[in-house]
Design a protein around this ligand. Structure first.
Ligand code: GLA
Length: 386
């Protein structure tokens, strides 16, 4: 990130070089294991990336808010005059949703000039949206001295996405953006929000994120459909135990699903969630024991379960994963994020990583007609002022 050039762009757009803007950053995330468990009160294990969203922002007199981004051509304006409403498909719904949450908490906001730049690909399952939300939240918190805790900012960001944007996500992405720690993954219990930062020491291995570059399709509606299926599973299982969510059961309960859930589709959804929680617990232990091979096996099992029981993978993700697994040096590989497209995450021996990327790109292109993108991210810190 060239901060000098970024500031230059800010002044070209908004003028007045005497008033310096402040720079904030919020990371995107990659989830190592624990998928579609967060909204079921389960375990997740994401880490923040050194890719994300940068924001230069400055207060101005009056009640105008100006938004702009370097990612595409879009200059927008809004005026603070009561609460905002969703503006349709526009990207400024993410920051507007955050501004709304501050207004709802009776924060007296005033005029702002904002310039965003994101280097995490949009809609690729690396939480570009949560990074826009969280960077806006930390900036408002600091510029207006609101003193909200990181957890409060995480929760208000999730609420903005649920209620303002209309995507019914769990808390994982905003939490990872808020609580990320360099070279650590976050072992989070999404029911209690208790968490632990676990060191990710890969030694002679590397983390590779591969983007399917599949166009975003019905992700949001399919996502909400899965959530509803999990709710149905809970209703069935309440005949067996008074549970609030699927994560109150554990892997010993899996044989009972057959008896209490008659619909095989709903049963499989429950099986994924419960078995995935078990895999996260085991994976965290494996990482702490420095057993990267077991960690990789669990990543593979996670993907199989997301394909077979949860049905959120699809040809592109499956091609990357099952072709990828055949390469020497691949320790584990799985889809990450909501699925249906987006990215995979792979742990591969560093000496084999170039071969993996070059040859997998070739096979993937032949099989799907699409070119993948590869990233070799570092694990970074959570959102804050730079
Ligand atoms: C999306 C959502 C998260 C989580 C994942 C699936 O990224 O935003 O809350 O549910 O999908 O694990």
């Amino acid at each position: 990130m060239d901060t000098r050039l970024f500031s230059e762009k800010f002044f070209e757009k908004y003028g007045n070089r005497n008033e310096k803007p402040v720079l904030f950053f919020s990371p995107g995330r990659v989830n190592l294991i624990g998928e579609h468990t967060d909204y079921n009160g389960g375990y997740v294990f994401p880490c923040a990336l050194n890719y994300g969203t940068y924001l230069l922002v400055r207060r101005i007199k009056g009640n105008k808010i100006r938004f702009s981004t370097l990612n595409f051509n879009s200059d927008e304006e809004a005026e603070i005059d009561g609460l905002f409403v969703n503006t349709g498909k526009n990207w400024i719904n993410y920051p507007l949703g955050i501004i709304n949450e501050f207004l709802r908490r009776d924060v007296k906001l005033e005029g702002l000039e904002l310039l965003y730049f994101g280097d995490v690909p949009n809609g690729a399952g690396l939480s570009s949206s949560a990074s826009i939300e969280m960077v806006t939240a930390v900036a408002l918190n600091e510029l207006f001295n609101t003193g909200f805790s990181t957890l409060e900012l995480v929760k208000l960001s999730q609420r903005a996405e649920n209620e303002f944007v209309g995507m019914n996500c769990g808390i994982m992405d905003q939490f990872a953006a808020g609580f990320g720690k360099k070279d650590h993954a976050i072992f989070l219990n999404c029911d209690t929000l208790a968490y632990e930062n676990v060191p990710v020491i890969l030694e002679d291995c590397s983390l590779i994120v591969t983007n399917t570059n599949k166009r975003r399709g019905l992700t949001d509606s399919k996502y909400n459909e899965r959530r509803a299926e999990c709710d149905r599973a809970v209703e069935h299982l309440q005949a067996y135990k008074p549970i609030r969510n699927l994560s109150q059961l554990n892997t010993d309960d899996i044989p009972l699903l057959e008896k209490y859930i008659t619909d095989p589709l709903v049963r499989n959804r429950a099986k994924h969630v419960i078995s995935e929680n078990g895999r996260v617990l085991e994976a965290v232990k494996a990482l702490k024991d420095n057993n990267i091979y077991r960690f990789g096996e669990l990543m593979n099992l996670s993907h199989d379960s997301l394909r077979d029981d949860y049905d959120v993978t699809g040809t592109e993700l499956d091609t990357l994963v099952y072709e990828g697994r055949r390469f020497p040096g691949v320790i584990g590989t799985r889809m990450t994020g909501a699925g249906f497209g987006g990215c995979t995450v792979t742990i591969v021996r560093t000496q084999d990583s170039a071969n993996f990327m070059i040859k997998l790109a070739d096979i993937y292109k032949k099989k799907t007609g699409l070119m993948p993108d590869f990233y070799q991210p570092e694990i970074g810190n959570g959102a804050g002022r730079l």
